[in-house]
Write a protein that binds this ligand. Structure first.
Ligand SMILES: [Zn+2]
Length: 182
């Protein structure tokens, strides 16, 4: 992608689109309360300084939150637009180096951003994200075929299952080795 394309892309990403994309990634099946996970949530106005940042109120626990509450995007030094473009490029399977070049950022900054994004927008602490069956390398597999196990079975076959197992093993190995070297 040429630099001029990025300028155009960046220009198309206005705040409304950025927040819409955050909501889409964070709550693909509807807004849920980050405190109690209830889906009984009502809109509660918008942010004073960011008019496209939707506020919500949970009817179950009366908690208040907004699009960015509890996400890695809140209070970070990179503008929201950069995060959203990073998410977008990750969806296109660009490497960290390619993303860094497209966004004009340092490679190590992008690596930190993509690692955080792979753990999930709403990831809070490493303890929580490493619980259970969290497998970093499977983010796209799960997201792409959500709710369509029949399609996966038809397309993937035994080959698909085998490579899935290999990736899963690789992810586990990397995680284990990282943890033991830390
Ligand atoms: Zn709640």
């Amino acid at each position: 992608m040429a630099a001029s394309d990025l300028v155009n892309l960046s220009g198309l990403m206005d705040d409304a689109k950025c927040f819409a994309m955050v909501r889409e990634h964070r709550w693909p099946e509807g807004v849920r309360c980050p405190a109690c996970d209830s889906g009984a949530v009502i809109r509660d106005g918008c942010d004073d300084t960011q008019p496209h940042r939707q506020h919500y109120r949970c009817k179950a626990c009366a908690g208040r939150f907004d699009d960015l509450t509890g996400t890695v995007l809140a209070g970070h030094h990179q503008p929201l637009r950069v995060w959203v473009l990073c998410l977008y490029f990750m969806g296109l399977n660009l490497s960290n180096r390619q993303i860094a070049s497209e966004l004009g950022l340092d490679g190590s900054d992008v690596q930190i951003m993509t690692e955080q994004l792979r753990r999930g927008l709403a990831a809070k602490t490493p303890e929580v994200t490493l619980k259970g069956e969290v497998e970093i390398d499977e983010v796209y597999v799960v997201a792409g075929h959500k709710g369509q196990p029949a399609v996966v079975a038809k397309r993937g076959g035994s080959d698909g299952a085998a490579s899935w197992q290999a990736r899963r093993a690789a992810a586990r190995w990397r995680r284990t080795s990282r943890r033991s070297s830390a």
